[in-house]
Write a protein that binds this ligand. Structure first.
Ligand SMILES: C=C(O[C@@H]1C=C(C(=O)O)C=C[C@H]1O)C(=O)O
Length: 194
């Protein structure tokens, strides 16, 4: 017989199972992705294109509060597509950070950041100790990081409620780049105001 604790744990994981990142195909432009899925031109368009810190953009749309919830942080292998995008050897470990960006107490965005070893030297060591502080606050206040072009992601949700659209970009510093992906949850797109 299952214990009450394991029943509660499995219910909790069921409740949150849609808050995971589904497989995603990446496109160089919104227009290219739009040929596959015209939804990129709907409510998501603003979020797919907004410039500057994404954290700041979300904060502006909160009426009460914004917070970052860390779900997973540690050294692990990126997937092969991510390694290729970052031009690092396949299976070379990187610092991987997955968070929920929450507006007014509810998850709006899932973010996954892959930080290769060469980004973690010198001042970059701070990236290991962000905790619940938003990565954007570091990237956009440190003068040496520059964002590359935004890519548009079309996700293949396997569980109802998983993100369908995403964006990502490389941030380049001294001879090193990290990859930040932001996946939009329905709660973000179905809000009444933009
Ligand atoms: C890159 C930014 O950082 C945000 C914060 C993140 C985090 O804390 O892990 C991840 C993705 C972001 O959207 C940003 O604000 O633009």
């Amino acid at each position: 017989m299952r214990s009450r604790d394991s029943d509660i744990k499995s219910q909790l994981s069921d409740i949150n199972s849609h808050l995971t990142i589904p497989p995603t195909s990446w496109y160089r432009s919104l227009t290219a992705a739009g040929l596959r899925n015209p939804a990129v031109h709907g409510r998501a368009r603003y979020w797919l294109q907004v410039e500057g810190s994404f954290t700041r953009a979300l904060q502006k749309h909160c009426t009460r509060s914004f917070h970052v919830e860390v779900r997973r942080e540690g050294f692990d292998s990126p997937n092969l597509e991510e390694s290729r995008r970052l031009a690092i050897p396949p299976r070379q470990h990187a610092w991987i950070r997955e968070v929920r960006l929450c507006g007014d107490g509810e998850p709006w965005v899932l973010a996954r950041t892959v930080i290769p070893l060469n980004c973690l030297e010198g001042e970059g060591r701070r990236l290991l100790h962000l905790g619940n502080r938003p990565l954007g606050a570091y990237l956009f206040t440190s003068p040496h990081w520059e964002r590359g072009p935004l890519e548009t992601g079309l996700c293949n949700p396997v569980i109802p409620g998983q993100p369908e659209l995403a964006r990502r970009s490389l941030f380049s510093g001294h001879n090193s780049s990290l990859l930040v992906g932001e996946y939009f949850l329905p709660a973000l797109l179905h809000r009444n105001t933009l």
